[in-house]
Design a protein around this ligand. Structure first.
Ligand SMILES: CC(=O)[C@@H](O)[C@H](O)COP(=O)(O)O
Ligand SMILES: NCC(=O)COP(=O)(O)O
Length: 253
């Protein structure tokens, strides 16, 4: 029988709304606390180089909150000296290395691990040594999966943005091919001994397809859940996503 898939909530999007007015509300720390009370398995926060949503102070307090609940913080970060040294001080449960471009609206693609073996390999080595689980946010691309295994990353998080966009745009052909690509990449990572997570753009409609893929161990979801919380509240949104994940495991054949 498959293990229950973990659900991590990304609280960046609460900070985006807060920062739009430059004040204190809504508070991403309060969202993290509420979500943990509602049963999420961890919190994700992305400290962007431009600090457009989460800021340094948030990260330290979110880490404290996670520690209080005995739940993991998944710290998303660019592969820069500043962020690597921040992560080594913060000591989150996991550090997820993501590509970053100042001009992008959101994280548009996966990390080019194959093209930056030395740089990324060094960050993974430092994190492995410090007891931080290094996670690489990559596209479902066989060359990137092989490179992630080569640098001994214990975890890969697959970028599901293109898959979820194809679903929403009703691009059946590209949705089917993105799903196939993801299924193959998950199987490859599993065979190479790398733990598989997935995230970006996941909503109620797309989650069953992703949760149904064998060997996916964790989903990190933010934007949709925080948006949905406006209408039904965070606890209810988390509970509904949880039900859909549990119902999906093994159900789509
Ligand atoms: C890497 C990733 O997918 C997340 O960080 C998430 O989508 C957060 O939002 P931003 O991309 O807006 O920082
Ligand atoms: N790493 C993906 C993540 O944390 C959440 O992405 P999104 O649901 O905010 O698009």
């Amino acid at each position: 029988m498959r293990e229950r898939i973990r659900l991590g909530l990304n609280v960046d999007h609460v900070a985006t709304v807060r920062n739009a007015r430059g004040g204190h509300a809504p508070d991403p720390i309060r969202a993290a606390r509420l979500a943990l009370q509602a049963g999420v398995d961890g919190i994700t926060a992305h400290l962007r180089e431009d600090r457009r949503h989460i800021v340094d102070k948030d990260v330290w307090v979110i880490k404290e909150v996670c520690d209080t609940f005995g739940k993991p913080l998944n710290f998303e970060m660019a592969v820069t000296d500043e962020m690597v040294s921040m992560a080594l001080k913060l000591k989150p449960h996991a550090a997820c290395l993501v590509p970053e471009r100042r001009q992008e609206r959101t994280t548009e693609g996966g990390l080019d691990v194959a093209g930056q073996i030395d740089n990324i390999g060094e960050a993974v080595r430092l994190f492995n040594k410090a007891g931080i689980r290094a996670s690489l946010f990559i596209a479902a691309d066989p060359a990137q999966v092989a490179a992630a295994a080569k640098v001994q990353a214990p975890v890969i998080e697959f970028h599901t943005g293109a898959l979820c966009d194809a679903f929403r745009d009703q691009e059946r052909v590209s949705f089917d091919s993105e799903l196939k690509r993801l299924q193959i990449a998950v199987a490859q990572a599993h065979e190479l001994g790398v733990e598989v997570h997935a995230g970006h753009g996941i909503d109620y409609e797309t989650v069953p397809f992703i949760a149904n893929i064998p060997h996916v161990r964790e989903l990190n979801i933010g934007h949709f859940l925080i948006g949905e919380a406006i209408f039904i509240g965070l606890e209810a949104a988390v509970a509904k996503m949880r039900d859909l994940m549990d119902g999906a495991v093994g159900s789509l054949g």
